[in-house]
Each structure stands twice: as structure tokens, then as C-alpha cells.
Design a protein around this ligand. Structure first.
Ligand code: ZN
Length: 254
């Protein structure tokens, strides 16, 4: 098979220096999933790559794909946007770092998934647009787990089937990704969820991505939802996401 020329849109989710003058990029692409590409001469100020190949850049790329080789060769990159607000804000950078690390840990090469690309782009775009970063991260994680096949169920009790929305209390069961009502689990030391949190998460699961930015919730609801998704994610990925530690301070007060 001959090498193939391909083009697509891509988010840079990893960037490493390689040898004297090259960079190796990890890209989340619209059409080919996660790929790695070498950018020859990228460290020297060659015009075609200058200031483009940074983490979080949103690019249009052309690359050469070689048969039986995982590393593509980056031919050209045009910058759609560099999400400048994220780079210039230390606090936004923490949130984008969590998104970046979760993406690196949860994706495999060459598994094309448009919805994954779409929600990742949505998250960086809305962080950059100054939507509350806790809300962006919460919605991103909720939708990401769904895409990965771990859609949490907020509709009814896992054990007795009691529906949410009446006056029953529920807590989230991390191992099974669903909620259990207070009648079924009287001994649980877990605090029950706010009714608003369950409603918020269930609503957000069913919105099209392009409308997610319209969903708003009180701070205490976002805080509780984010806490839940952080711990649920640790169970799904079976590892800690190191970047969460930078958010540790507010987490402690939960
Ligand atoms: Zn129950």
C-alpha cells in the first residue's frame, strides 16, 4: 500500500520535542480519532509551523499516513484558533489540563469518534469564551463518559426502580454508575444528592452538544456534580488524573 495524503481538523492534546528540531504531536482529529504526527523542523522557526503546534491549538492539518506505521508525517497546519484566553489564564489552564489529561488517558489511537471530537472542541471553546469553567468541565466529563460507554443512569433507583423527581433521596453508586434510593440503602454513609443535581445531570445528558452551553445551574449543584464525576471517572479510568490535584483546595470543602 502506498502512503496516503489525508486532511482533517485536529486539536493538539500533546506535544513533545523530538531530536534537535522536530516535534511529535498527539492530535485528536475529526475523522481519524487520536493520531500521532511528526512535525519536521517545527522547533526551528519555520514559517509553516510557527506558533501553531501548541497544546490546545485547533488546526486544519494535512498529513501523510504510511501503511503499518502509527506515526504520521505532518505536511501542513493552518490555525483555526489557539484559544488564547485559556493560555493566558492560570485558572482556565487548570481546567484545560484536566480535559487534556482525561483525553490522553481515555482514548486510543485510530478510533474515529466524531462525538468525542465534538465535545472536546465544545469544552475548549467554551472555556475560552469564559463560561464558568466548573460547568464546562462537568458537562464535558458527563458527555465523555457517555461516549466511552459509561453513561450514568439518573432516571431511577438501581435496585427498586423508584423514579427520581418525587421526594425520595438518592445517592450515587460509583461502582455501578447509577443512583440508589434511601429506602434501598438505609445504611449508606454517603450523603444523598441534591434533587437539583440529579435533574441537572439528567437534562445535560440529553441535550445536543451545540446547546450544552445554555444549561445553567447553581454553584452548589455544579460543585456536587463535578465531585461525583471526578470520583466516577477515577473508577472508570482506574487511575488518578494528576491535574485534578491543582483543583484540590475547593474539593476539600465538599
Ligand atoms: Zn430503591
Amino acid at each position: 500500500m502506498a502512503p496516503e495524503q489525508k486532511e482533517t481538523d485536529a486539536l493538539v492534546i500533546g506535544c513533545q520535542d523530538y531530536r534537535d528540531s522536530d516535534k511529535i504531536l498527539t492530535l485528536l482529529t475529526r475523522d481519524y480519532g487520536r493520531i500521532s504526527c511528526i512535525a519536521k523542523g517545527a522547533k526551528k522557526s519555520k514559517k509553516r509551523f510557527v506558533n501553531k503546534l501548541e497544546v490546545y491549538s485547533f488546526l486544519h492539518i494535512t498529513f501523510t499516513d504510511y501503511p503499518n506505521r502509527s506515526l504520521g508525517f505532518l505536511n501542513e497546519a493552518e490555525l483555526h484558533t489557539s484559544f488564547i484566553q485559556i493560555r493566558n489564564s492560570a485558572s482556565l489552564y487548570i481546567f484545560s489540563s484536566i480535559i487534556q489529561e482525561v483525553l490522553l488517558q481515555s482514548t486510543r489511537e485510530r478510533e474515529a469518534d466524531f462525538s468525542l471530537f465534538q465535545v472536546s472542541l465544545w469544552a475548549l471553546h467554551n472555556l475560552n469564551e469564559q463560561l464558568p469553567p466548573e460547568t464546562v468541565l462537568t458537562l464535558f466529563l458527563l458527555r465523555l463518559y457517555d461516549i466511552l460507554g459509561y453513561r450514568p443512569d439518573f432516571s431511577s433507583c438501581l435496585q427498586c426502580g423508584a423514579k427520581t423527581g418525587n421526594n425520595l433521596n438518592f445517592h450515587f453508586h460509583i461502582q455501578s454508575g447509577g443512583i440508589i434510593c434511601a429506602r434501598c440503602n438505609k445504611q449508606s454513609s454517603n450523603r444523598h444528592l441534591l434533587q437539583g443535581t440529579i435533574k441537572f445531570l439528567a437534562t445535560a445528558q440529553n441535550q445536543p452538544v451545540e446547546k450544552l452551553h445554555r444549561i445553567k445551574a447553581e454553584k452548589k449543584i455544579i460543585k456536587e456534580a463535578l465531585h461525583l464525576l471526578h470520583h466516577y471517572g477515577r473508577n472508570i479510568l482506574q487511575r488518578d488524573i494528576i491535574a485534578w490535584k491543582m483543583l484540590k483546595q475547593p474539593e476539600k470543602s465538599l
